[in-house]
Design a protein around this ligand. Structure first.
Ligand SMILES: *Cc1c(COP(=O)(O)O)cnc(C)c1O
Length: 394
């Protein structure tokens, strides 16, 4: 074989216990290797409809508009924000970690009038704080993260949708890190748009972003259509709403594409749709409650095990995500060396951290296919060995 031909893809068998991606469920890998279909083939459109029905259950919603955005989780975030935020519109964003910062960075690109509810990293906003900020800023859109993996903290969302309705705001939640691992109660919370990803608790690969949209939000988004019944709308001086400034992330066009109209937009990412469909099937076969309990048990075992090793767990027990745990790097070891040895000697990946937490904590996940007690124990045992070896110098 010549030097510039390279080898077949043959990755090592790592146990991915970081904040994502995670090892993919074998059934999902098999689904991805199925053959292509034309996107308007009735078999394919039937798979699309089934995927919509499956994700209504995953998102605990009756929303008709529940489908996939092709791209990583960020594609779902960007589609939601691009379609909800008009230039100059006021947006209120909760920022208590890296992904809250991402929401405001995207809103800034969209020319939004940004107001923030800034908290120390790892804190959660109370309903009172959210209400006070809604009353003060009267935003058109409210946006927050559910589980921010950068801080391993989950923002409580009970009552948040009702408050947003009361103050006339459309609400958006990024549930990428929690979907499939913790309850994401779209309808009960009354959130207008929720997006997710596959590579965390859904136990799939990165590359597809499930989304669900309330009728109220869909109506607003359709009022920003650029192209309707073949008529292009370039003039907004007639009092209609400014059209959506992205083609790929134009949710009005994407909804027309997933609807019975099947108006052509992009080529559906066939293999990713197979993956997303199988992730949901695996989840629903297990049962939502059983799945959440499995993640909670794995997270509790990880937290208890880390404490038993004499380590200090980051964050507040009451608001901890059940699927990824932050733990302080002890003063007497080099955090990156430990991660390196975990990977090289045990084939286990654990995560580093960002921003104010960089170098201070490791983030250890137990998500999707990896939210199993045996994998938690293997990770803890390896960490114990590496820590002892680093401290004893052998
Ligand atoms: C992991 C994560 C993402 C990831 O986005 P990608 O585009 O798939 O990398 C987004 N939001 C949150 C809250 C996450 O935890």
């Amino acid at each position: 074989m010549s030097d510039n031909f390279f080898g077949e893809i043959n990755p090592p068998q790592r146990l991915l216990m970081g904040p994502g991606p995670v090892n993919v469920h074998p059934r999902v890998l098999r689904a991805m290797s199925a053959d292509m279909l034309g996107q308007f083939d009735p078999e394919m459109t039937e798979y699309m409809n089934q995927t919509m029905a499956l994700y209504r259950q995953v998102f605990m919603t009756k929303n008709r508009w529940t489908f996939l955005i092709d791209g990583t989780a960020r594609a779902g975030i960007e589609a939601a924000l691009t379609s909800l935020i008009e230039p100059g519109a006021r947006v209120l964003i909760v920022r208590a970690g890296r992904f809250g910062m991402l929401l405001s960075e995207i809103a800034e690109r969209l020319g939004a009038d940004i107001r923030t509810l800034d908290l120390e990293w790892g804190q959660v906003a109370t309903l009172e704080q959210i209400e006070a900020a809604l009353a003060e800023h009267k935003p058109a859109v409210f946006a927050t993260i559910h589980g921010d993996t950068s801080t391993t903290t989950a923002q409580p969302l009970d009552g948040v949708g009702a408050l947003c309705h009361q103050y006339g705001a459309l609400s958006y939640v990024d549930a990428t890190a929690t979907l499939g691992g913790m309850p994401v109660k779209t309808d009960e919370w009354g959130i207008d748009i929720v997006t997710g990803g596959l590579q965390k608790c859904m136990g799939g690969p990165p590359g597809s972003a499930p989304i669900t949209i309330s009728d109220r939000a869909a109506e607003f988004i359709f009022s920003r259509r650029k192209v309707e019944s073949g008529i292009k709308r370039d003039d907004i001086s007639d009092g209609t709403r400014p059209f959506i400034r992205s083609n790929y992330f134009d949710l009005a066009m994407i909804m027309d594409y997933w609807s019975e109209k099947r108006l052509n937009h992009h080529t559906e990412a066939t293999s990713m749709l197979y993956a997303a469909r199988e992730c949901a099937r695996v989840m629903l076969e297990e049962g939502l409650q059983a799945r959440f309990a499995r993640h909670a048990a794995a997270g509790a075992a990880m937290t208890a095990g880390l404490r038993a090793l004499g380590l200090t767990v980051y964050g507040q027990d009451a608001y901890r995500m059940s699927n990824v745990t932050g733990v302080y790097v002890p003063q007497d070891v080099d955090g990156e060396r430990v991660r390196h040895r975990m990977r090289e000697e045990y084939q286990i990946e654990i995560g580093t951290a960002f921003g104010p937490l960089a170098g201070k904590i490791w983030r250890i996940g137990a998500m999707g296919y990896n939210a199993e007690l045996n994998k938690v124990r293997i990770t803890l045992a390896a960490l114990k060995e590496v820590l002892a070896s680093e401290r004893n110098g052998f």
